[in-house]
Write a protein that binds this ligand. Structure first.
Ligand code: NAD
Length: 371
């Protein structure tokens, strides 16, 4: 059925193909049972695109992605591509998409399903019921700002340097995404920087404070130094709702928060761009945090739940389908509650299933939730 929700599907390589095939079954279920339809196009990216087009991201694929309301991405990479020139490596396809779509806001939720509390290395009482969101600025700061480089000094030794630079506009646009997220969640935003020792941090705090005063009605804004935030994340992560931070601190803090949940196969992400004034939509890409897992690819071993949860983020953030997103997340919880587990999250007393078994468990849960 036709729809005005244009979604581009890029399964990629390895288990990306398997978890995306599973995701398509969920999409079919929603079309059949909830009359929720998408106008879907599909193409290759990464190694599979190199095999087909001789490049990890063909121009037509990029044009299609740019014209979509959302891109649903699997994973890229594989040892057979290790010897390719740098610009032809599968990961370049992913980075080119992020760059061309100007995806400046990276959302990484860290959510602990009660059934998986034991998978965390932290005590159950610290992580049970955890549901926080790390928002990382993705296109500025010390990974991109100039000047950067390695230069020779007069004495023949070298200096390596990067610049942590943020403008008012860059801080405001990520701050607005943070406030939007907080508004859709519990209304608490924690801005994280190091204004005690960094000028970029002083400006970050100033701009966030002014933005909150001007546009943050109904939201509480807190400030925390990044080093303290890292400690607080492992001491008492449930004190947070949404954390907004820069590229470098976000890289570290989102990985730290991810591991509170204990499993790579459960972690979704979203990357958002600017809102198009004509349509009111943001450019957006949704993808699991994990890679193409060549060690288990093609063996029906991949956990599809990170992909499903990325899809539920797409429903929530690109299409405002919060009820359907809740339904998918509830079905994932029920599937786990039924004792079915893929190998990566296997626990004593549970039944080990493959990608297909886990997908069926989620589809069965969807059936029973809507019966
Ligand atoms: P990986 O995430 O692919 O795998 C790490 C480990 O976790 C492996 O043992 C794998 O079997 C396991 N694992 C990952 N996802 C799983 C899932 N859904 N279910 C069950 N087990 C899962 O990381 P890696 O091994 O470092 O990288 C493999 C390839 O993926 C490399 O080419 C790398 O560059 C690429 N990669 C791509 C992305 C991406 O596309 N976003 C991210 C990370 C790595």
């Amino acid at each position: 059925m036709s729809s005005n929700r244009k979604v581009m599907i890029l399964p990629g390589d390895g288990i990306g193909k398997e978890v995306m095939a599973a995701n398509l079954q969920l999409i079919d279920w929603l079309a059949k049972h909830k009359s929720l339809n998408f106008d879907i196009s599909e193409d290759e990216v990464g190694g599979a695109a190199y095999d087909k087009y001789g490049t990890p991201l063909a121009d037509e694929t990029l044009a299609d992605a740019m014209a979509s309301d959302a891109v649903l991405f699997g994973a890229v990479g594989g040892p057979q591509y290790d010897d390719l020139a740098f610009e032809l490596k599968p990961e370049r396809g992913l980075l080119a998409l992020r760059k061309e779509m100007e995806l400046f806001a990276n959302l990484r939720p860290a959510m602990v399903f009660p059934e998986l509390v034991e998978a965390s290395t932290l005590k159950p009482e610290v992580v049970s019921g955890l549901d926080i969101m790390i928002l990382r600025e993705l296109t500025g700061g010390s990974y991109f700002a100039e000047p950067r480089g390695i230069e020779e000094l007069a004495d023949g030794t070298k200096k390596g340097f990067d610049t942590n630079l943020y403008t008012t506009g860059e801080i405001e646009r990520i701050g607005r995404v943070g406030m939007d997220l907080a508004r859709k969640r519990n209304g608490h935003l924690m801005s994280v920087e190091k204004s005690n020792v960094m000028h970029s941090g002083v400006l970050w705090r100033e701009v966030m404070t002014a933005l909150h005063a001007a546009e943050g009605e109904g939201i509480t804004l807190g400030h925390m130094y990044a080093d303290n935030c890292a400690m607080q994340l492992v001491r008492n992560p449930k004190q947070f709702d949404v954390i907004v931070t820069d590229n470098l601190f976000g890289d570290l803090l989102s990985d730290c928060a991810a591991m509170l949940t204990g499993s790579l196969g459960m972690l979704p992400s979203a990357s958002l761009g600017a809102t198009d004034p004509a349509t009111g939509m943001r450019k957006a890409m949704y993808e699991p945090v994990h890679g193409s897992a060549p060690d288990i690819a093609g063996q029906n071993l991949a956990n599809p739940l990170a992909q499903f949860l990325s899809f539920s983020m797409m429903l929530r953030y690109s299409f405002d389908q919060g009820a359907e997103a809740d339904l998918v997340e509830k079905a994932v919880g029920m599937a786990l509650g039924s004792g079915k587990r893929t190998g990566d999250i296997m626990a004593p007393g549970c039944e080990q299933v493959g990608t297909d078994g886990m997908t069926k468990a989620v589809l069965d849960a969807l059936d029973s939730l809507t019966r």
